[in-house]
Design a protein around this ligand. Structure first.
Ligand SMILES: NC(=O)c1ccc[n+]([C@@H]2O[C@H](COP(=O)([O-])OP(=O)(O)OC[C@H]3O[C@@H](n4cnc5c(N)ncnc54)[C@H](OP(=O)(O)O)[C@@H]3O)[C@@H](O)[C@H]2O)c1
Length: 349
């Protein structure tokens, strides 16, 4: 007898969640659930969020091997599939970590994630960062991997070829990049056989990344927005004195008051209306339910949507200090601020 996956009584009506179409033709929910514990939440807590998240209507789950919780999340996925949820309804993302960019490691990492997540194939697989530079969990802002090096396009393409093989083997349906810049994306697009379908980048009202966002859309690459609420509980290494909160800007506060919602709902309505796919994380049912529900009701007016432009402060939160190499000036070297890639030798230009 076929089982029906039982949703919670107050679940969100999934038919009201917008879906996007990727350059491969695959459909993806317009909002998902994040699973990075930020050195604060345990694997058990976040697996529990995924368990509850599926019951309230989340169908896109953003995972990664480095989050160290794929096995427990996989148990939850298996349980949901056994209880009648169909695999096709889910969109499962994972990412290869920086110390596994070597082609044979890319394959092994992907197979391990599929096994841990109990998902047969990945809907999308990302290169988590475009560097082989590694850091341990709980790394401090001053920690550096002594083998760290600047971006190497040759090395990146070696990794990308291994990613393309995963698609050809049927293990992965879509490829994604993350933490790239326009100069790097230009080179990747020039040399990829299989174009990235998704670009995961930091996106929230204080950091809108207008140029990279538009460049991605212009090249038919779907932006996925991480830290969509301004990641208030991000790891200590990613907190600096100059950072702003997304929640206390007067425009966000005014709209939160008008709609009688938490400011995080305004960040998410804006994100979905703009066309990026936000992947908020929450360990609390009340919060993750509100995060999903808010994008299915009371959309911002065009005027309100435009007002959020003024919240922009170019405030990158995940600056990436721990990925810096010897001789780098500061974290801005990771982000090609002046349009060039520091330390890159110009191969193939
Ligand atoms: N590709 C990358 O390099 C990369 C980098 C960073 C993150 N990510 C992905 O993006 C996801 C989201 O980013 P993030 O986790 O850093 O930040 P975020 O989603 O912006 O913020 C998460 C925090 O907001 C709080 N929160 C959530 N909903 C709330 C609500 N309705 N009211 C009040 N507080 C609320 C949560 O606390 P409570 O638990 O108390 O609700 C949580 O600590 C990650 O989990 C990960 O999957 C990817």
């Amino acid at each position: 007898m076929t089982k029906t996956f039982i949703m919670d009584d107050d679940a969100v009506d999934i038919s009201k969640i917008p879906y996007r179409t990727l350059n491969t033709g695959d459909k993806i929910p317009g909002i998902g659930m994040g699973t990075f514990g930020s050195d604060r939440y345990s694997a058990e807590e976040l697996a529990e969020s995924v368990r509850g998240g599926l019951r309230v209507g989340y169908r896109l789950i953003d995972c990664a091997e480095v989050y160290d919780n794929e096995k427990l999340i996989g148990d939850v996925i298996k349980e949901a599939l056994d209880e009648g949820l169909s695999r096709e309804e889910l969109f499962i993302i994972s990412k290869v970590w920086n110390n596994h960019h070597d082609p044979k490691d890319v394959y092994n990492s992907c197979v391990q994630s599929i096994k841990d997540l109990n998902c047969e194939y990945l809907d999308a697989y990302f290169v988590h960062w475009p560097f082989r530079n590694h850091h341990e969990a709980f790394a401090d802002i001053s920690d550096r991997d002594k083998n760290s090096r600047p971006y190497s396009h040759e090395e990146f393409m070696e990794t990308w070829r291994a990613m393309e093989d995963l698609v050809e083997k049927g293990l992965v349906r879509n490829l994604g990049v993350s933490n790239v810049t326009i100069p790097k994306l230009k080179l990747i697009l020039r040399d990829a056989k299989i174009k990235p379908a998704l670009n995961e980048m930091e996106l929230h009202p204080r950091f809108q990344q207008g140029e990279l966002f538009q460049y991605s859309l212009d090249n038919d690459i779907q932006p996925v927005g991480y830290a969509p609420l301004g990641s208030p509980n991000r790891p200590e290494r990613d907190k600096t004195e100059d950072d702003y909160s997304d929640w206390d800007h007067p425009v966000i506060e005014r709209l939160a008051n008008k709609y009688n919602v938490h400011p995080s709902s305004i960040c998410l309505k804006w994100a979905v209306q703009r066309g990026q796919i936000p992947i908020p994380l929450s360990s609390k049912r009340k919060n993750y339910l509100a995060n999903l529900k808010c994008v299915t009701e009371d959309l911002l007016t065009p005027r309100e949507f435009d007002d959020i432009r003024s919240v922009e402060r170019d405030n990158r939160l995940i600056k990436g200090h721990v990925f810096l190499w010897e001789g780098a000036t500061d974290w801005r070297d990771l982000w090609d601020i002046d349009g060039t890639i520091p330390g890159w030798n110009g191969y193939g230009s």
